[in-house]
Design a protein around this ligand. Structure first.
Ligand code: NAD
Length: 499
């Protein structure tokens, strides 16, 4: 059995506490590897390594730091196919989606290549007589990231790309369900010229997460995962005096106005609701047609489009989406469909019990369409995180605006319309962090930033872009005065007082 080890100080970390976790191949249903689960002692070793290397890295001029980022970006491109195959084999997403996962992380690395410009600081000459004021952004020291299974390349790079470029050392605790790609990223980062110990990977579960949250030398923690755990991370990290950002689950709505181009909407929904088996925090699992006529026309077009979706193994280029990540997750999704049915939703297309010929042990869930879903249903309130699309019928625009605004999650939302006024009104008033106008998955590009609202995000600072730089640095403000010593070397001056 293949063993996946920690990546400590540029190499294998030893198997820690001896506990391990199974890593599946979701397409075949076989256990393909075991990952080591670390403990507080292993984390302490990683922190000591990071402490040795971080001060010098912080003093390295930003152009040199950027050069490591440039080389890393090149290595990501050179190794794209290998990374995508490895990612797909543990996660189950198809190869093109796996490449997209690496590519979206790579784009954050591209942004981080601009660190000399981004971290320049501000300066006011002559803020008072002979007085200059300047501010600079200094790294925090050691940062940590705790990441989910669904984007094992992109989300780690959202975090360590910005943290390390800004002068921090970084310890990554990836998901134990698909841990190989994060280790491969750390190996490539070393190959790009980063000093050993700057980027380390420690595997683990709650035990390792708690060790990170409690370690006094870790200054900041970034988390992405489900909401209850995000809230726990936020509270425990903050209680220990750390800076914390913690992003949680989602239930993104797509509002379809009567004037929308329904063929385009159906095409967008096929990708946004079912792509990557719905295991995306920016998936669109709820569609809200406005008016009964829109609902009927949309449903009529959706049914054949969903039947045409091809579910298959993740390496098959004809596959629209692959298996879900674990047998437990498959069971959970199917149980949500049971719940929805019991709650009175109409199961229009039923993906339960789906079996792929030749891969009967794979963790496949067929595409599912539920109609007449209402806001009081548990299956609407909670995140399903599978290939399940729910139709919630709205009577008019204000009703459609209220649904995502009042939902516990506030990650993403989309409106489909040809009416600029309706779109503008919706974007301005909806109580959700990221909005798409005729864009089903509005993930902001790397030079903006990413973050949801309500139970989708705890903390005030977003991921990546300038917000990422802000999160991983603290600002220092310097007020300086250099009085003329008058040539006698006395340099006598009076420190100014407030007022
Ligand atoms: P998860 O919450 O189960 O795991 C996330 C991380 O937390 C993993 O590293 C895991 O090891 C750790 N963890 C698990 N249980 C823990 C516990 N009890 N205590 C401490 N740490 C624990 O999430 P997941 O299933 O890997 O990922 C899917 C979830 O992530 C979905 O809810 C999805 O919406 C969310 N997500 C959110 C975003 C976003 O940006 N808002 C992005 C991607 C995924």
């Amino acid at each position: 059995m293949r063993q996946i080890d920690h990546f400590i100080q540029g190499g294998s970390g030893g198997l820690g506490s001896g506990r391990t976790h199974k890593v599946w191949n979701p397409s075949t249903g076989e256990v393909q590897a075991e990952v080591a689960l670390g403990d507080a002692a292993l984390l302490a070793r990683a922190v000591e390594n990071a402490k040795k290397v971080q001060p010098e890295w912080a003093m390295t001029n930003p152009q040199r730091r950027a050069r490591v980022m440039f080389r890393f970006k090149q290595l990501l491109e050179d190794n794209m196919q290998e990374l995508a195959e490895l990612l797909s084999s543990e996660h189950g997403k198809v190869i093109d989606d796996a490449k997209g996962d690496v590519q979206r992380g790579l784009e954050v690395i591209e942004f981080a290549c601009g660190i000399p410009h981004a971290q320049k600081g501000e300066f006011t000459g002559g803020a008072g007589p002979g007085i200059d004021v300047y501010s600079m952004r200094q790294p925090l020291g050691i940062g940590a990231g705790i990441t989910p299974f669904n984007f094992p390349a992109m989300i780690p790079m959202w975090m360590f790309g910005m943290a390390i470029a800004a002068g921090n050392a970084f310890i990554l605790k990836p998901s134990e369900r698909d841990p190989s790609v994060p280790v491969r990223l750390a190996e490539l980062f070393l190959e790009a010229g980063a000093p050993e110990g700057l980027l380390q990977v420690v595997h683990g579960d709650k035990e390792m997460v708690d060790a990170i949250l409690d370690h006094p030398d870790i200054a900041a923690v970034s988390f992405v995962g489900s909401s209850d755990i995000a809230q726990y991370i936020y509270a425990r990290g903050a209680a220990n005096g750390k800076r914390v950002q913690a992003f949680g689950g989602a239930k993104n709505h797509g509002v379809v106005m009567p004037d929308a181009d329904l063929d385009q909407v159906v095409n967008d929904l096929a990708g946004a609701a079912f792509g990557s088996a719905g295991e995306r925090c920016m998936a669109l699992p709820v569609v809200v047609p406005v008016g009964e006529d829109t609902a009927e026309r949309l449903r009529e077009k959706l049914i054949p489009a969903i039947h045409a979706l091809r579910v298959g193994v993740s390496t098959d280029p004809e596959t629209h989406y692959g298996p879900v990540v674990t047998p437990e997750h498959k069971a959970r999704i199917e149980s949500w469909i049971d719940t929805a049915e019991k709650e009175g939703a109409e199961v229009v297309i039923d993906g339960r019990g789906f079996s792929l010929q030749g891969h009967e042990n794979g963790f496949f869930v067929g595409p599912t369409l539920l109609d007449r879903v209402t806001p009081d249903m548990e299956s609407y309130k909670e995140e399903i995180f599978g290939p399940v699309l729910q139709i919630v019928r709205a009577t008019e625009f204000e009703h459609a605006l209220r649904l995502p605004s009042e939902h516990q999650y506030g990650n993403g939302v989309a409106i489909f319309t040809r009416n600029g006024h309706a779109a503008r009104e919706f974007a301005a008033r909806v109580n959700v962090g990221m909005v798409g106008v005729n864009v089903p998955i509005p993930v902001p590009v790397s030079y903006h930033s990413f973050g949801g609202w309500k139970r989708s995000g705890f903390g005030d600072i977003d991921q990546y872009g300038m917000e990422g730089l802000r999160f991983w640095t603290k600002s220092k403000k310097i007020t300086q005065r250099w009085p003329d010593g008058g040539g006698d070397g006395s340099n006598a001056f009076v420190i100014p007082t407030m007022g």
